[in-house]
Design a protein around this ligand. Structure first.
Ligand SMILES: Nc1ncnc2c1ncn2[C@@H]1O[C@H](COP(=O)(O)OP(=O)(O)O)[C@@H](O)[C@H]1O
Ligand SMILES: [Mg+2]
Length: 425
C-alpha cells in the first residue's frame, strides 16, 4: 500500500527542506515558507535563500551525509540558530529567534538521484525552560554560598560570644580575687613599712647601747656584752632582719602590682566601652603573661609611645594582645625568642597602631590567608583550638579596626593592629 505523505509534511510543526547535491532547494514545506515569509522556494539556491547559513559547515555536513549515508544531527545547544526563523516566546509572547535542532539525512528522488532532507525542529520552549532552570540554578548556588557565608559568620559570632562570656566570668572571678587579696594587703603593707622602720630604730638603739658600754671602759660589762653578742649571733640577726623585711616588702609590692594588673585586665564593667589607655592594657597583659614569657626565656622589648585615650572595650583588646603574645611564645625557639611590642599614634590616619612582632618560626604563605579562620590551627590535635586569632580578628573588627600580617617562614611574624580613634560607637 502506498501512502500520500503530503498532508503530513504540510501540517507538521517542523521545517522540512529537501535540496539536491548542488544545494538547490527541491522542496520546502509550509512551515519553512511561513518562517521565511516567502512563497514557493523550490528551484532557488539554499544559500541565496538563507544567507545566514554557515556555507562551509553546511557543505561539509551534506557531503558527509551523502558519502557516509548516515543521519547527522545538530542540537539547539550546539547551534542555537541555523536558520533565521522567528519564534514567539512562551508566557511573555515576545518575538525572539527560534532555537532549532536540525537533522540531515539522505533521500532519493523519483529517478533514484540522492537528495538531502533537512528537518528543523523548533526547540525554543525547551531552550527557554532550560535557560530559566540555569538561571534558577545560578540563583540557588548564589543563595547557597550566601547561606554558607552566613553560617560561617554565625559560627564566628557564636565563638566570640562564648569567648566573651568565658572572659566575663573569668574577669569577675579575677576581680573578686583581686579584691580579696587587696583587703589583707591594705594592712600588710603599712605594717611591713612600720616594721622596717622599727627594725631600723632598734638597730640604732642597739648600736647606741653598744657604744655606751664600750665607752664606759668597764671590761667586765664589755666582755659580758661581747659574749652575749656572740652567743646570740647578733651580727647575723641584724643582717637577717634587715634583708628579710626588705624582701617581704618587695614581695608585697609585687603582689600589689599583680593585683593591679588583674584588676586592670578584668575591669568589671567590661561590657561597656570606655576611654582607655591601651598602653596600660599592654603592660597589664605583659605582666599577667610574665611567668609564661620567662618560662620560654622570651626577651620582651616594649616600646610604648604616647597614645590618646581610645573609646573601646579594654578587656576585648587585652584579649587580642594576650592571644598574639601566646602565639609568639609558641612560635619562638626557647632561649632565643624576642617579642617586640610597639604602640604609637598615627595622626595622619587618626589611628592607634600596635605591632606585636616575634622572631619565631613564621607562617607559611599558604597558611597566611587562613590563620584568622575559626578552628584553623597547625598545632597538634588537642593542643590548639585555632580560635585565638579569629577571636582577635573579631574583637578588632568590633572596634572598626584592622589586623595586618607580615610573616616569613624562619624569620618571624609581625601583626599590626590599627584602631581608628573613633573606636566603637
Ligand atoms: N606569631 C606566630 N608565628 C607563627 N605562626 C603563628 C603565629 N600566630 C599564629 N600562627 C599560626 O596561626 C595558627 C592559628 O592561630 P590561633 O588562631 O591563635 O590558633 P591556635 O594558636 O590555637 O593554633 C597557629 O596554629 C599558627 O600556625
Ligand atoms: Mg593561639
Amino acid at each position: 500500500m502506498s501512502l500520500n505523505f503530503d498532508p503530513v509534511v504540510n501540517n507538521i510543526s517542523m521545517g522540512v527542506i529537501v535540496v539536491d547535491l548542488t544545494c538547490i532547494i527541491r522542496y520546502a514545506n509550509p512551515f519553512v515558507c511561513d518562517c521565511h515569509q516567502a512563497g514557493s522556494l523550490a528551484g532557488k539556491s539554499l544559500f541565496d535563500t538563507f544567507p545566514e547559513l554557515p556555507r562551509r559547515w553546511m557543505e561539509k555536513r551534506i557531503e558527509s551525509v551523502v558519502m557516509l549515508q548516515n543521519t547527522s544531527f545538530t542540537s539547539w545547544q550546539q547551534r542555537p540558530q541555523l536558520f533565521n526563523f522567528p519564534s514567539s516566546r512562551p508566557i511573555t509572547g515576545a518575538t525572539g529567534f527560534m532555537y532549532q535542532s536540525c537533522s540531515f539525512f539522505r533521500v532519493k528522488d523519483a529517478t533514484g538521484q540522492p537528495l538531502i532532507c533537512i528537518t528543523i525542529e523548533d526547540s525554543t520552549a525547551t531552550a527557554v525552560a532550560h535557560g530559566r532552570l540555569r538561571q534558577a540554578a545560578v540563583k540557588l548556588e548564589k543563595e547557597r554560598r550566601y547561606q554558607k557565608d552566613l553560617n560561617k559568620k554565625l559560627e564566628t559570632a557564636q565563638h566570640q560570644l562564648l569567648q566573651s562570656a568565658k572572659l566575663a566570668s573569668i574577669g569577675q572571678l579575677a576581680a573578686g580575687i583581686a579584691h580579696e587579696i587587696n583587703n589583707p594587703l591594705a594592712f600588710i603593707k603599712p605594717n611591713l613599712i612600720a616594721l622596717q622602720d622599727a627594725a631600723g630604730r632598734l638597730e640604732t638603739l642597739f648600736n647606741g647601747y653598744s657604744q655606751l658600754i664600750q665607752q664606759s671602759g668597764d671590761s667586765r660589762l664589755i666582755n659580758a656584752m661581747n659574749a652575749l653578742n656572740e652567743k646570740m649571733d647578733v651580727e647575723v640577726i641584724r643582717e637577717d632582719v634587715r634583708d628579710t623585711v626588705d624582701e617581704v616588702l618587695e614581695g608585697t609590692v609585687r603582689i600589689e602590682s599583680i593585683v593591679g594588673s588583674l584588676k586592670d585586665f578584668s575591669k568589671l564593667n567590661q561590657n561597656e566601652h570606655q576611654q582607655a589607655d591601651l598602653n596600660a592594657g599592654i603592660r597589664s597583659t605583659l605582666s599577667i603573661m610574665r611567668a609564661e614569657l620567662e618560662k620560654a626565656f622570651v626577651k620582651v622589648q616594649s616600646d610604648l609611645g604616647e597614645l590618646p585615650l581610645l573609646n573601646c572595650y579594654p578587656v576585648q583588646l587585652n584579649q587580642v594582645f594576650m592571644n598574639m603574645i601566646t602565639n609568639s611564645i609558641h612560635a619562638v625557639t626557647p632561649g632565643k625568642g624576642i617579642l617586640a611590642i610597639r604602640s604609637g599614634f598615627d595622626a595622619s590616619k587618626n589611628e592607634i597602631q600596635i605591632t606585636v612582632a616575634d622572631n619565631g618560626c613564621g607562617i607559611a604563605p599558604e597558611h597566611q590567608g587562613r590563620i584568622f579562620d575559626p578552628f584553623f590551627t597547625t598545632r597538634e590535635v588537642g593542643s590548639g583550638a585555632g580560635l585565638g586569632l579569629s577571636v582577635a580578628y573579631g574583637n578588632v573588627a568590633g572596634h572598626n579596626g584592622e589586623i595586618h600580617l607580615k610573616s616569613a617562614p624562619n624569620e618571624g611574624t609581625v601583626f599590626t593592629i590599627s584602631l581608628p580613634l573613633a573606636g566603637v560607637s
